[in-house]
Ligand binder design. Structure first.
Ligand SMILES: [Ca+2]
Ligand SMILES: [Ca+2]
Ligand SMILES: [Ca+2]
Ligand SMILES: [Ca+2]
Length: 247
């Protein structure tokens, strides 16, 4: 009697194998025969050594699949897991500046002068000037990615890029002064030789007319000259040795 061809597949859940005088039930790959000799039960392949899956083993009815943690992809052998290089895909990993691949993840980095934003991807300019003027002696100008030092009027930036050195204005065309140029820290002043006074423009020198003040001290006649004056006497008198009186 072929029990398999009658009695509803011999009562076997999967396959019925007729034998001489009897029959046996068999199960498809991934199933084991139950103790009743007819039913088939899924084998949980994952229960033993993760079934060779490097990361995650998902059991399912009749089989199993390997899976990988975030940041990895399943290798072609279906079991190993390979790091995903997020930097080579996804537009530089979404990093504004530099993308650094790591095993299972990646990090964004920023160029000098920028700090990584809280979103971990954007880069924000560092305001170097906000801390101690960043060492600039006078003025610190922040800019995108860097900063520059600057000096107040009358100073030039030293070669170290931070200190400020007084400009000696007098070395260039005497500072525009007609007579004397006096350099000072951050500025300069013009002055005039004796007998002259500084004009309102601060540079030119104007002759002082000594004769207009008390006749220059002359007893008779006062003659103004450029930078000085002389006295003289009317007819019949001669100038005393002090140059003022007439005798
Ligand atoms: Ca299974
Ligand atoms: Ca990675
Ligand atoms: Ca900056
Ligand atoms: Ca100066």
């Amino acid at each position: 009697v072929n029990e398999c061809s009658t009695n509803n597949n011999g009562g076997c859940a999967h396959m019925c194998q007729n034998t001489d005088g009897s029959f046996t039930c068999e199960c498809r790959t991934g199933y084991s025969l139950s103790s009743n000799g007819k039913s088939c039960t899924d084998i949980d392949e994952c229960s033993t050594n993760n079934h060779g899956c490097a990361h995650i083993c998902h059991n399912n009815d009749g089989s199993f699949t390997c899976d990988c943690r975030t940041g990895y992809r399943l290798a072609s052998n279906g079991k190993s897991c390979t790091d995903v290089n997020e930097c080579s895909t996804n537009n530089n990993g979404g990093c504004a500046h530099t993308c650094q691949n790591t095993d299972g993840s990646f990090t964004c980095e920023c160029r000098t002068g920028y700090s990584l934003s809280s979103n971990g991807k954007s880069c924000t300019d560092i305001d170097e000037c906000s801390t101690n003027n960043h060492g600039c002696a006078h003025i610190c100008h922040n800019n995108d990615g860097s900063f520059t030092c600057d000096c107040r009027t009358g100073y030039r930036l030293a070669s170290n890029g931070k200190s400020c050195t007084d400009i000696n204005e007098c070395t260039n065309n005497n500072g525009g002064c007609e007579h004397v140029c006096q350099n000072s820290a951050g500025s300069f002043t013009c002055s005039c030789r004796a007998g002259y006074r500084l004009a309102s423009n601060g540079h030119s020198c104007l002759d002082i007319n000594e004769c207009s003040d008390n006749n220059g001290g002359c007893e008779h006649l006062c003659h103004n000259t450029a930078g000085s004056f002389t006295c003289s006497c009317t007819a019949g008198y001669s100038l005393a040795s002090n140059g003022l009186l007439c005798i």
